[in-house]
Each structure stands twice: as structure tokens, then as C-alpha cells.
Ligand binder design. Sequence first.
Ligand SMILES: Cc1ncc(COP(=O)(O)O)c(C=O)c1O
Length: 458
Amino acid sequence: MQGSHGLKERRRSWASLYAWQLSRGGDAPLFRQIYLEVRAAILSQDLRPGTKLPSTRQLAAQLKVSRSAVVSAYDQLLAEGYASSKVGSGSYVASDLPEPIEGRSARRGKRPAAARRAATAEVPLSRNFVDVTVQSEERPFNLGRTLVDARTMELWRRSSARVFRSLGQDHLGYSDPRGSLALRKAICDYLRAARAVRCEAEQIVVTAGTQHALDLIIRVLHRGDLQAWVEDPGYSLTRQALIAAGVRTRPIPVDGQGIDVAAGIRLAPKARAVFVTPSHQFPTGVALSMARRLALLDWAREGKAWIVEDDYASEFRYGGRALASLQGLDQGERVIYVGTLNKALFPGLRLGYAVVPPALLTAFITARYLIDRQPSSLGQAVIADFIEEGHFAAHLRRMRLQYRDQRDVLVTALRQRLGEVITVDAAPPRPALVMGFSGYPRRLIPPAVARLATALQA
Ligand SMILES: Cc1ncc(COP(=O)(O)O)c(C=O)c1O
């Protein structure tokens, strides 16, 4: 309790950081100028109800005026009810002021609807986008959610505690924009063993996840005239990132063998990049066939094009043998491999990586450096510890079983409830529902399917 009370007190004293200046009231007496300045900050709600005002001594020093002028200004604010005082504690913005104070707000008043619309229209990204600040975790069938178990949570806390205890100079300074060497080595070992990726730790750039890696790739490849194949249907955030950057996207059909490479060559021969999900095509779930893999690599080598392999879900394959990465087959160093720990562990982690071919490495590192210099040292240290202790491999083994079980419960419930009208499959595109099961405990799945069945049959 003591702690949270102390925190509240500190927050309340933010007014001492306010950029006070005397710009109001022109030739009016000094105390009135001060009164107008403080009142404007209160009316605009830059200083919220309950905020502690600076002491008269502090404010006088900040404004370089006599303390008596500030005392008179505060007396006026107290008399008019803008502020209240507590004996021995100082003066506060009155906590019973209406919110917002209509029509008088100097800085933060609501803009008319037309002005708000005009401001939104200036931002091209806001068009055609849902409100991305709203993310529903609770609803069943959302995609890309994870449900880490109690063991992982406990081990994650332990790794975090260990890292915090050993916090040292290594964590405090500027460092390699690619990320910590310890983490890059750990990722490299994992990718070689689990995904047959050909890599050295030097080629690995730690990112905040797939989306960040895509952004870096686009910055490196796009010189104003890039044309790129994207899977159709495909992952909409890849397409949206490309479009937002001004890349010309060419949708290439996906069938039961993955992206149709021959169609791509026919439809968009001038493309110099392709964004694919070969191990588990999003959203159909099909794997890119070996014949298509080889055709894609040939095309890239001959046309000096780049293949961006998004290997987002390779850790979780529940049936059949996983195909090794496309990058591992590449003799021509044309594949940029992108992986994420935000699926293998949990989306809030915001950690992923790219394995960058040598020809692009310097440009890639520079782009990363110019955006945000380097990844945060603490998050990296925790995940490196978690991997090195063997917890990551054990986590994947447990989660494979758990997610497979959740998938089986979902499939059984769907067949029971809707077996006559639907089939459940990884399949070539057709009208379909893509349903997530990894983020929901098995007990919630059958009732949710029952509600879905009612909705579909209505
Ligand atoms: C195709 C695909 N790639 C990558 C990701 C992961 O993205 P991130 O690492 O940015 O969370 C997702 C998540 O749903 C996805 O569906």
C-alpha cells in the first residue's frame, strides 16, 4: 500500500515539471499573469484534477519572479475554487472540477468532427484499417494466440529474476544493432538443428518480431520501384506493410501445393521479391511442394530476386513431417529467412529474428540502427537464458502436445456439430473459416463451437 501511495504522490507532483512561462495577460500585473497561466493549464486539463501544484517557492524560482506574486496568484485560484490547499502539504488542482471544462479549454479542447475527419484523412494508413488498438484475447478462434502453461510461466519468471539479479554494464550501454551475441548464437544453433537453416550468428538480426523484420526488409529492398509477389490468399499484414511503403504488390494464386510459381512468372515477370510462408501457408496451412520450392529458388537466382521466407509457425506442426526451411535449400543466397518467438512463446514478448544473406547484411544492420539502434538488452538476456537453460526446447515439446490436443477438441466438436456442412482441412483456397485454437483452453472450445454452429445454421 505504502508503495502505491508513494507512486501516486510522485505522479501528482508532475506539475513541477510543467513548462511554465509567462505569456498571458500582456501588461497585467505579475500576479495576474501567473494566475492566468496556472488557470489555463487547469482548464486545458494539462494539469488533471488532484495534481499537486508546485510550491510557491519552486514556481517563483522557475518563473524568476518574486514569491509574493505567486502567493497572490495561488490565493486567487484558491478563492475561485480552481485549487485547494492542504495544511502542511501544499496546493492541489481542485478534484471536483467538471471534466472536460467545455468551451474554455485552451490547448486540449475537442476539435469539431469535421476537423477530426480532416486530420484522419491526412494519414493514409488509417484508411481501410480496423482499430488496431483493440485486441480481443478472450474470444475463441482468434488467430495467432498462445496459451503458455504454468511451467513455462514459472521458468520465465525465474529466467527474468536471474537476469535482473545479474544486471551489469553489458545491459546498460549501446551495443550491436543485430542484438546480443549470446542470443544470436542461441538462435543460430536452434535454427540449424530444428529448421536446417544455413546460418552464422553474424547473419542474424534480432528484431521485435516478423512485422519489424518485414519493415526492415522493405526498407532495404525498396528503391522506389519494387514490385513483389504476395500469396493470394495470404497474410494481410505483409501485404499492408508493402502497400504502405509504396511497393507494387502482385497477388499470385495459392493452390494445394502453395504459391503457383509458374503463374507468378507469367503474371509479374518483373517482380524482384516474393513474400512467402512455405512451411505452413497462411491461411490455407498447405506446405510449399518440393517442386515449387526448387522452381522458386531457380526464378530468384536467375532474376536476382529476393525470397522472403516467413517461417512463423514452423514450431507447431501436428501432422506429417515438417519440411525443412526453404532457406536451407538455397544455393544462391537469395532467401531472407524471418522467424518469430512471438508465436513459439507469446505475442507480448515482441522478439523475432531475420537471417540475412551476406549481400544485404550491411544495409540491413544500418536500417535497423537508424530506426531504433538496437534491441532492448533485458528482453534479449531473458530469452537467451531461457533458451540456454533448455527451457525453450522443453516448452516447444509441451506446447506441441497441448495445442494438438486443443486442435483435436476443436475438430471433433466441429465434426459433431457441423459435420454435414463443413470439412476441416489444410486445403486449397475456397470459401472457408480459419479458426485459431492455440489461445484457448480445451474446455472453452466445445461451447464456443456450439455457439458457432447456432450462428451458422441460423
Ligand atoms: C503469417 C504470419 N507471420 C508472422 C506472424 C507473427 O508476427 P509477429 O512476430 O510480428 O507477432 C503471424 C502472426 O499471426 C502470421 O500469421
